[in-house]
Design a protein. Sequence first.
Length: 103
Amino acid sequence: MLYGVEKSTDLRDPRTQIKKFTSERALLNWMKNSGGFTYEDPALAQNYHHTFRYGYRLAGRIDKKDEVFNDRGTSTYPVTYNDQIARYLYRHGTEINLNLVNY
């Protein structure tokens, strides 16, 4: 299965999104549109964090009994369910590097 992870560099509000894909081409097109600011007006928000997209290939299912799903974070830096899945994909999946793919 192919997964896309959209994540902000803002640790207090990472806004992590997980998206499933059926084709690598669709995943690569989705990954091309990344790198913008997390907030529409960063000067007004006083927050210049960026949002990035990553792609992963995972054989089989996500093991929800993995130790990654025990991490809840702290009150200042909470860890959401999507953050846990993103970390699981990082550890157990194969990253699809946009720079190494021939179109």
